[in-house]
Design a protein around this ligand. Structure first.
Ligand SMILES: Cc1cc2nc3c(=O)[nH]c(=O)nc-3n(C[C@H](O)[C@H](O)[C@H](O)COP(=O)(O)OP(=O)(O)OC[C@H]3O[C@@H](n4cnc5c(N)ncnc54)[C@H](O)[C@@H]3O)c2cc1C
Length: 310
């Protein structure tokens, strides 16, 4: 009860300290529907900035307030106690893909599907692997998303970010060693605004379409479809496959509350019966414990946990 009262006062104080913004601001915004897992509590303050200047103004006015970024919510587990402080989502104003030659300038809010489709339309090959990853560009930079032995960083020739001080930073990713498998070394409080991706022009878009169709087929044959999941739960440890380790531990079908390990892909956790974030987290920890005990490998969460427990 005391916790609730404290949070109520904190939220109201924070609301009063917020600068006047041109974008959307809401308090106690439910987050579950904004994520693929469909679980988790509310964001104390939720902001969709109108543009980069609006976001910068927010950061500069409240430099010490914790700030969380949510993309398309396809790789996060928002915990049941919700997200304290400010949650930022880069929405429509950041959702663009512009083409010049063989390069695509993509706003952080654009979906990877839009990027791949635009590349196809302009006969640019090399970005087909993005078509089946259900995230936004900003989330994909943070995760260095990838598939079929390719990663976003392989195609990235420029990156624009907002630093934790609210300043714009232009980065040449080829000059700096900032990415590795599912990891970006830029500071956690940086917000990615835009990337430039480079592909190769081809004469005939059918090669691109064929590649996308092949990737789609592979995904459909190995991954559960139309379910509440965040994709691969754990990173592949060096030289190993997480799903094989989980399989060897005979954990397919294992359940905690409303959360279950997929029968089709052992590294996918599914919310199939009204799971809480707690159910999903406990199921993940159960897997980590058994795999470590039996096979001596420590699995690392690929899914990002945001917010606090209840
Ligand atoms: C069915 C399914 C299949 C998937 N397949 C793949 C796959 O093949 N390969 C793969 O790599 N991933 C896969 N994923 C995971 C996910 O789609 C990717 O990690 C994706 O890049 C996450 O993007 P997002 O916008 O959803 O980010 P979110 O899930 O919203 O956020 C992920 C992280 O990025 C941060 N973030 C989001 N936006 C920004 C920003 N603008 N600036 C800074 N930080 C930001 C968040 O704070 C969080 O830490 C899959 C997920 C699902 C559900």
């Amino acid at each position: 009860m005391w916790g609730l009262i404290k949070r109520f006062f904190h939220r109201n104080r924070l609301m009063h300290r917020l600068p006047k913004m041109r974008g959307r601001v809401a308090k106690d915004e439910p987050m579950a529907k904004k994520t693929w897992f469909g679980v988790g509590g509310a964001a104390e303050i939720y902001v969709e900035p109108a543009d980069a200047a609006d976001l910068s103004h927010l950061i500069k006015t409240l430099p010490d307030e914790p700030l969380t970024v949510l993309g398309a919510g396809s790789n996060v587990l928002i915990l049941d106690g919700g997200i304290p402080g400010i949650t930022v989502h880069l929405g429509k104003p950041f959702s663009y893909v512009r083409v010049k030659g063989n390069k695509l300038t993509c706003g952080a809010g654009a979906t990877l599907r839009e990027v791949a489709k635009t590349a196809e339309k302009h006969k640019i090959t090399g970005l087909e692997f993005l078509s089946g990853i259900p995230g936004s560009v900003g989330g994909a930079v943070r995760m260095n998303a990838g598939a079929f032995k390719q990663s976003l960083s392989d195609r990235m020739v420029a990156l624009t970010a907002m630093t934790g001080n609210g300043d714009i930073s232009e980065i040449d990713p080829k000059e700096m060693n900032i990415f590795e498998y599912r990891k970006c070394y830029l500071p956690d409080d940086w917000i990615f605004l835009e990337v430039v991706l480079e592909g190769k022009r081809v004469r005939d878009a059918s090669v691109i379409r064929d590649k996308m169709a092949e990737y789609k087929k592979k995904r459909e044959s190995t991954q559960p479809q139309g379910v509440r999941t965040a994709g691969s739960t754990f990173k592949n440890p060096d030289g190993l496959m997480a799903w094989k380790l989980i399989d060897k531990a005979k954990l397919r079908g294992t359940r905690v509350g409303g959360a279950v390990v997929s029968d089709k892909h052992a590294n996918f956790l599914i919310n199939d019966k009204g799971a809480t974030a707690d159910d999903i987290e406990m199921l993940g920890e159960k897997i980590r414990e058994k795999v470590h005990r039996e096979q001596g490998v420590k699995l690392e969460w690929e899914v990002k946990k945001l917010g606090v427990r209840k």
